[in-house]
Design a protein around this ligand. Structure first.
Ligand code: MOS
Length: 724
């Protein structure tokens, strides 16, 4: 690496693909145009449980432009071979939904037929002509009913932790909090819908697909169709937002490949906005009990967190919701549990900071309640319970800058000017509230590979089968490569999103820079060493010398590939990113509206490769947390088992006018243990802690605890009304 004074790492480089994206030159999965492309429209079930008694496709088949109608009557039986190891992005118990393999219906919105036509309009029209008769069966569509007899997740990581005797300690504690928090179902709602274009060439299949993991996409589809992985190629150069919805290979990908096979020509299948609410997973509704016991000074003696989240009838999707409770604060007595409430619904899936965001919001809202009960400032309460090591894994932290985060964010916010009493900070008719919360997210890393080509024209191409769903992977990887190669970023190109490239892990869990970045760095360091060997130089060669060295040897280029994988450090240290969030709210007691004029976040997230894209990550995460606090929810209709507001007009995400000044600071953090780059990832921690900071601020403004999210005007009005 070049010395830190001159390195491009840490510089606010603008997105290398920014121009292509804003000018439309970037080709997203749904924009490829193989010859003879036909269009598919999906027909979905309209009951939550039962069987298809009869399916009438004559009218659809006779409609203009229709190529075929596929259903369980004529679809090929697919082997759905199981993989040697279940993909880590799939639930670890249960079985994925099998499409068009039989008449059973397990949720409302399940794909039951596919119409292929010359145009999208023709396919959409014909899909509306498919008529279905059902034999309905009893369905579980009420969360409250499913949650009455919740069960343990069938397999996978144990979610339950015990330390000491939490129940006894709670009973003996001089200060106690015991409350239930309810967070609704949320859907990812990326602007780019999920889309797959499938094209067969004999027994070889190419999929242009929206995915966060081309490698797994290939493996899954190969197993579903019972074909060798080498016969499947996935191309996915750009992803228009995903937030976890494109981690798994969803049933519509199989449908697209199946339809293309049946039609004998390429088929494009794009889900409609409405269909996305039952086709690609969601953040499960989660109801949590948090019980805290403390000494009179607020020091925790007992922590109990019990969560129930819903899942489908065919898979056990469980989240790490209660994990933060086991490590975020020092507490001798702990009991956590995560239980499932199976319903007739499609399977949930990870959505930005899955589990962690949910668990932390309940824990941090409870900590605010404890602060009030103990008469301790909320920030001071966190400091009194600061965990000096991971008491869950019983390991030292690889690094932890949370004290710095608290201090920096509190100073920037002006927390010391807060008056403790709720409702005491009025401004005219507005109630002003200040709240804060802690943020945390685990730092993971997976094995990855990358290749480098250095050319005699003084340019380099670096490749890895990674994804970029928006964080700026193209840009940050180019920086890492340019740094290690000692070349200007303009001369380095990074390519991703294709199974023909060296293997990369899932683009999720905030692991991409730690994993792929380490491989890119290793490959580039090796390439530079190769150049040095070629030149017989005693010292490091400079990037500017590469072209000359290659020409002297008559070489048009050199190729280097390298792998990078995590090591023993994973067992020696507990690795997390931490942060602190402070929020101001203004509540209008007449209208019940909550406005957020400012959010201040400080993060200890290791080395920041690009402060510009990193800040963008945090802005996006804060906006997500703001939506979770005040507006976002998928409104569930108990009667029919479906989402009522399945559109962007009624699924309320914050718009520009809702988003305040967002203040983001990265505290200086050098972590020598996490990975060669010293990065901890930012995608997910940026979303954590915002929601409880806002909820706690609403309490500070109103004196009322709103434990059911989002905190909408109707709830505020009802709460304020009760007080009068
Ligand atoms: Mo993120 S939920 O790991 O895409």
């Amino acid at each position: 690496m070049t010395d830190t004074a001159t390195t491009i790492i840490g510089k606010p480089v603008s997105r290398v693909d920014g121009r292509a994206k804003v000018t439309g030159a970037a080709t997203y999965a749904g924009e490829f145009r193989p010859d003879g492309l036909a269009h598919a429209a999906v027909v979905t079930s309209s009951i939550p449980a039962g069987r298809i008694r009869a399916l009438f496709t004559d009218a659809a088949e006779a409609a203009p432009g229709v190529v075929l109608v596929a259903s369980h009557h004529n679809a090929p039986r697919l082997p759905y071979n199981s993989m040697a190891q279940r993909p880590q992005v799939d639930p670890q118990a249960g079985d994925q939904l099998r499409v068009l393999q039989g008449p059973e219906v397990q949720f409302n919105g399940q794909p039951i037929a596919v119409v292929v036509a010359e145009t999208l309009e023709q396919a959409t029209h014909a899909a509306a002509l498919v008529r279905v008769e059902y034999d309905p069966a009893p369905a579980v569509t009420r969360f409250e009913e499913a949650a009455k007899s919740p069960r343990k997740p069938g397999a996978g990581k144990p979610t339950d932790q015990t330390r000491g005797d939490a129940d006894a300690a709670l009973a003996a504690a001089p200060v106690r909090i015991d409350a239930t928090y309810d967070q609704p179902m949320e859907h990812h709602n990326a602007i780019e819908p999920h889309v797959t274009i499938a094209a067969w060439d004999g027994d070889r299949l190419t999929l242009w697909d929206k995915t966060q993991w081309v490698g797994n996409d290939r493996a899954e589809i190969a197993h579903v169709f019972g074909m060798p992985e080498e016969n499947v190629r996935i191309v996915s150069p750009f992803v228009g937002g995903a937030f976890g919805s494109a981690l798994r290979t969803w049933p519509h990908v199989t449908l697209a490949a199946m339809a293309a096979k049946m039609a004998g020509r390429p088929v494009k299948l794009e889900l409609t906005r409405r269909q996305l609410f039952a086709a690609i997973g969601f953040r499960p509704r989660t109801v949590q009990r948090v019980a805290l016991g403390a000494e009179a000074d607020g020091r925790l003696t007992a922590l109990i967190q019990e969560a129930v989240g819903h899942t489908s009838q065919y898979e056990d999707y469980a989240e790490t919701t209660v994990e933060p409770a086991s490590m975020l604060y020092s507490c001798p007595n702990l009991r956590t549990a995560y239980r499932l409430a199976p319903m007739n619904i499609n399977s949930p899936c990870p959505m930005r900071a899955p589990g962690v965001i949910t668990g932390v919001l309940a824990l941090e809202m409870a900590m605010d309640e404890l602060a009030e009960a103990a008469g301790v400032d909320p920030l001071e309460l966190r400091l009194r319970n600061y965990a000096e090591r991971d008491e869950n894994k019983n390991l030292p932290w690889s690094s932890k800058s949370l004290r710095d985060c608290y201090r920096v964010a509190a100073e920037r916010f002006g927390w010391s000017h807060r008056s403790a009493k709720p409702g005491s900070m009025r401004d005219g008719r507005e109630l002003v509230g200040w709240g804060m919360a802690t943020a945390v997210y685990p730092t993971h890393r997976a094995a990855a590979s990358a290749s480098v080509v250095i050319r005699d024209d003084g340019t380099a191409v670096v490749r890895s089968a990674a994804s970029d769903m928006g964080p700026g992977t193209y840009t940050s990887m180019t920086q890492v490569a340019a740094d290690a190669l000692d070349m200007p970023v303009e001369r380095v190109r990074f390519e991703l999103g294709d199974t023909d490239l060296p293997k990369a892990p899932v683009h999720g869990g905030s692991i991409t820079m730690a994993s792929v970045g380490s491989a890119v760095q290793a490959a580039c360091v090796a390439a530079r060493a190769r150049m040095r060997a070629l030149s017989n130089a005693a010292e490091e060669v400079r990037g500017a010398d590469y072209a000359g060295i290659l020409r002297r040897h008559g070489l048009p280029q050199v190729d280097v590939e390298a792998d990078a994988a995590p090591g023993v450090e994973q067992k020696q240290f507990s690795m997390y990113a931490f942060g602190a969030i402070f929020a101001e709210v203004r509540v209008d007691p007449t209208l019940g509206t909550v406005r957020v004029p400012r959010l201040v976040g400080a993060y200890g997230s290791g080395r920041i490769i690009n402060p510009k894209t990193a800040r963008s990550q945090c802005v996006g995460g804060m906006v997500l947390g703001l939506g979770m606090a005040l507006s976002e929810q998928s409104e569930w209709d108990d009667r029919f088992g479906k989402v009522m507001n399945a559109n962007l007009a009624e699924y309320l995400v914050p718009v520009n006018a809702d988003v305040p000044h967002l203040d983001v600071t990265f505290v200086d953090e050098h972590d020598p243990h996490v990975n060669p780059l010293g990065v901890k990832g930012l995608a997910e921690i940026a979303a954590v802690g915002v929601t409880p900071a806002i909820a706690n601020a609403v309490h500070h403004a109103t004196g009322i605890r709103f434990r059911s999210l989002p905190i909408t005007p109707d709830k505020v009005l009802a709460g304020v009304g009760k007080r009068r």
